[in-house]
Design a protein around this ligand. Sequence first.
Ligand SMILES: [Zn+2]
Length: 53
Amino acid sequence: MAEPVVGTVGEICKQAGSYICGNCGHYKYYDEGDEFEACPMCGEEDMEWELET
Ligand SMILES: [Zn+2]
């Protein structure tokens, strides 16, 4: 089983794709090399972005 690809705020994205806010479910596209940010929808910083597969 593949582990989910996740990123925390301030980390650099290593795999481009649509990520889902672990707090509110908002989708945001991150490119490789982008820095994960606080969710623009709910403003949460203390969560993980999870790659949609
Ligand atoms: Zn959110």
